[in-house]
Design a protein around this ligand. Structure first.
Ligand code: GDP
Length: 432
């Protein structure tokens, strides 16, 4: 393949920057601009001088021989000092020597095309790179380790076995045998359906790993919502005031609890108001509550009022009795004081438990594309199963089995179209 080059590290000042060159002639290029004379042993870092033309830098060079490289092609990397101009100078020299600028994600795309990793593994790697929390890195790593592709392939194999029954039935249709085949396929399909259902159920958690758990703090004006947000975040994010109705817009902040990202929103106090600006704040508060994963209802001293928000199905509720240093009530989940810090750690634990769930650490179905593929497969399996149960002709349920097979192949990329592949890699960064 054509020689491509890119700065693989983020731009800016840093200890080291890496320029990566992959394709035919990578080694010859390194020999032209790097001072090491003699043989380049693969996978070995050589120290030396990188000649960029207008300037030089002392650094290192490593050669990975095809197919034992990330891309599967001959690759060299120059490790220079981490300054934008230095890295650009090294890169420009590689271009002068015949490489062309790599497109976004082109190295990974080549790795995929050369069978070094599957499509969902490439997406997992991108997930790790853009992660905003430990949980997202962990999930990305599971994808990168081919967990989803393996499961997809396993299910594809089982579907293929069902197809073998169906095909035999098509070729040698006979009443008794057809019924036997249908029964056997149905037994297998029920197991496949269960496995697909398990994957799909991960997505509820997977979405939270990817986008964060939405927590909305609500309650009457002056209940202590802004103070609670600040206490949770550990810094003064929201304005705290004795004047009720101060928070008019939703104030947001992010917090990592147990490696999971939580997005906290402090809302305008819920009360009847004539003030147009405050009314707008209250309208936004109601919208935020409707979209929340967890609603934290703050009540001063636990006092019950007309503040119970309307929750969407699936939204968890945590009731807080605030200002526990002044007044206390046990008619709530937790007593909290933003002033003394009482209950803040316990609240974080409760947020984790109700907003995310203790047992949800190992989810890896978090990408919409993966969810779509698994859902499509599950729907096709459902139709096939219904067909076998209703005594449909093998031709009919086999068609659905084939659809499920193709949908699952989208995970590894085996059945993905050029457009899908191009779109995925266009979202990667240059140099990856
Ligand atoms: P919000 O309108 O619900 O956002 O309430 P604020 O956080 O602005 O607080 C309203 C008033 O209650 C302010 O004067 C705060 O200083 C006070 N306040 C909030 N939390 C506490 C607390 O835990 N203890 C005490 N003693 N006062 C608090």
């Amino acid at each position: 393949m054509e020689l491509i080059s890119a700065v693989a590290t983020a731009s800016g000042a840093g200890g080291v920057a890496i320029v990566r060159v992959s394709g035919e002639g990578a080694l010859a290029l390194a020999q032209q601009m790097f001072s090491h004379k003699g043989e380049f042993e693969p996978n070995r870092l050589y120290p030396g001088k990188i000649d960029c033309g207008p300037f030089s830098d002392y650094g290192m060079c490593v050669y990975f021989r095809a197919p034992r490289s990330f891309t599967g092609e001959d690759t060299v990397e120059f490790h220079c000092h981490g300054g934008t101009e230095i890295a650009r100078g090294v890169w420009k020299r590689t271009i002068e020597l015949g490489a062309r600028a790599a497109e976004r994600g082109e190295f990974t795309r080549r790795a995929f095309l050369n069978g070094k990793l599957s499509l969902s593994a490439a997406e997992g790697m991108a997930e790790m790179i853009s992660a905003q929390s430990e949980a997202q890195v962990r999930a990305g790593f599971l994808l990168y380790g081919e967990t989803l592709t393996r499961e997809g392939k396993r299910l594809q194999t089982e579907i293929r076995e069902c197809l073998a029954y169906a095909d035999a039935d098509v070729d040698y249709p006979e009443e008794d045998l057809s019924a036997d085949a249908r029964r056997e396929v149905a037994v297998r399909l029920r197991k496949i359906k269960e496995a697909l259902g398990g994957l799909l159920s991960q997505y509820r958690v997977g979405k939270k790993i990817r986008s964060g758990v939405n927590v909305v703090i609500c309650g009457e004006p002056n209940a202590g919502k802004s103070s609670l947000l600040n206490a949770l975040l550990g810094y003064e994010r929201a304005i705290v005031s004795q004047i009720p109705g101060t928070t008019r817009d939703a104030v947001e902040g992010t917090l990592e609890i147990g490696g999971v990202l939580f997005r906290l929103t402090d809302t305008a106090g819920l009360r009847e108001s004539q003030d147009a600006l405050e009314q707008e704040g209250i309208r936004r508060a109601k919208n935020a509550i409707a979209a929340a994963d967890v609603v934290v209802l703050v009540r001063e001293g636990g006092a019950e009022g007309h503040d119970m928000p309307k929750l969407s199905p699936g939204t968890a509720l945590i009731t807080i009795s605030s200002k526990s240093d002044l007044v206390r009530s046990e008619k709530c989940d937790l007593c909290v004081s933003a002033l003394t810090g009482e209950g803040i750690e316990a609240l974080k634990e409760l947020l984790y438990e109700r907003g995310f769930g203790r047992e949800n650490g190992e989810a890896y179905l978090l990408e919409e594309r993966h969810y779509g593929a698994v859902r499509e497969a599950a729907e096709a399996v459902d139709r096939a199963l219904e067909g076998t149960e209703k005594g449909a002709f093998a031709e009919l349920y086999a068609e659905d089995l084939r659809r499920a097979y193709v949908a699952l192949g989208l995970l590894s990329g085996e059945t993905a179209t050029e457009e899908i592949i191009a779109e995925i890699f266009s979202k990667f960064c240059v140099g990856k």
